[in-house]
Structure formats: structure tokens, C-alpha cells
Write a protein that binds this ligand. Sequence first.
Ligand SMILES: Cc1cc2nc3c(=O)[nH]c(=O)nc-3n(C[C@H](O)[C@H](O)[C@H](O)COP(=O)(O)O)c2cc1C
Length: 225
Amino acid sequence: MDELSDFITDMKSRRSCRRFAQRSVPDELLHACLEIACSAPSGANKQPWTYVIVRDSKTKAEIRRAAEVEEYEFYNGRAPQRWLDDLAFLNLNHQKAFLEEAPILLVLFAQKRGAKGGQHYYVQESVGLSAGFLISALHQVGLATVTHTPSPMKFLSKILKRPDNEKPFLLLPIGYPHADYRAPTKSSKTLDEMCIEHEALEFAAASETVAAKTSNVSRVLNRHD
Ligand SMILES: Cc1cc2nc3c(=O)[nH]c(=O)nc-3n(C[C@H](O)[C@H](O)[C@H](O)COP(=O)(O)O)c2cc1C
């Protein structure tokens, strides 16, 4: 039981990280996490993803520059006010220093179809699952990331010279969290708001039907005409 609650506490302690320590990531840890990410379930087991590992500072700087151009547009006119309001708790702006600070940038591409034109199925779902596996694995080995989505992300295909069948999906800076980094306070829904026991719903619906029938019966019984 203790092990289970430790596991829950540990997984729930994962937070997105937007500041990284100047500490390199051991190759074997990165490769272990990538192996786990690439073992995720996928439609017809097509594994329709490509992870591009970027370490070189010139390419990271180029990616940062292009991302900040899109992010500037986003925060200064492109995003509807409601979206900006929803993001306010994160206290973000167009500046993305973490894209250069992080020792590794992983760029995840979704393969719309195979390199030779083969069919892929449920690409979005599959690539999202692989990213989830990756993020959990990184957390397990003490590494951190943030799923960064500057929009549009076409610049990543260009900078990294990716083929036409691949579409940028996520930009993931990876490293150890900076000692001074504190993730913003977030509010979360309760488990009951997100998870529903189907049988309990059926029971509640049935009870309501019985209650409705009973009140119909009592209305009939109380009729005086
Ligand atoms: C699909 C997706 C896109 C996201 N895009 C960004 C982003 O562009 N920039 C950013 O700082 N955080 C981004 N996030 C991170 C969320 O803000 C974060 O996961 C959320 O606030 C919950 O915080 P936590 O990850 O620390 O638990 C994104 C998350 C997801 C799942």
C-alpha cells in the first residue's frame, strides 16, 4: 500500500519545467527514455513518430529565434483574449530561453504516412501516447521537460530538414530542472470530475426513473376529478 501511495505521489510530483540547470544529460538515460517512448502502443503498430535529437547550440539558437517569432505573434494579437486569460496563471511571454538552456531539444514529428507512402492509422493518438510515455520515463529518471507548442511549428521541418510525410508535433527541451525553478501553482479538477463509474450512473438514472414514476403515481392517486 505504501509503495502504491509513493508511486502516486511520485507521478503527481511531475511538473513542466521551463528553466534548466547547466548539467549534461547522460546518453544512456536519454536513450532509455526514447526506447520507452518508442514502445508505446500505436495504430496497427505503425509507430508513426520520429524523434529528432538536437544538441548543437547553433541549431538550438536557430530554433529559439524562430519559435520566439511565432510566440511573439501569439501573445501580441494572434491568440484570442480568452486563451490568454486561460494561460495567465503560467505567467509566460514570447521569450523562450529554455530552448537554448536545455542541453537537449527533442523535436517530435508525427508521420502522416510512411516514408514510402505506407498508410498510418490514428497518428495523433499514437504520437500523443508516445509523448506521454516519454514524459513519464523522463520523470522516472529525474529529468524534466515541457511540451512546448509554438504555433505554427512549420519552421521545425525547415530547420531540421524533415521530409514531407512528417509534421512537427511537440518541441521538448530536456534536462535537469534549475535549482531555482518553481513551477507555477495550478488548480486541478477532482478525480470525481474526470472519472465516472458507469454502473453508478446507471443506478442513479434508474433511481431517477423510479422516483419520476412514483411521483406520477402519486399525482394520479391524488387526482380529484
Ligand atoms: C499539448 C500541450 C501543449 C502545451 N504547450 C505549452 C507551451 O507551448 N508552452 C508552455 O510553457 N507549456 C505548454 N504546455 C504545458 C502546460 O501548460 C502544462 O502541462 C499545464 O499547465 C500543467 O502543468 P504541469 O505540466 O506542470 O503539470 C503544453 C501542454 C500540452 C499537453
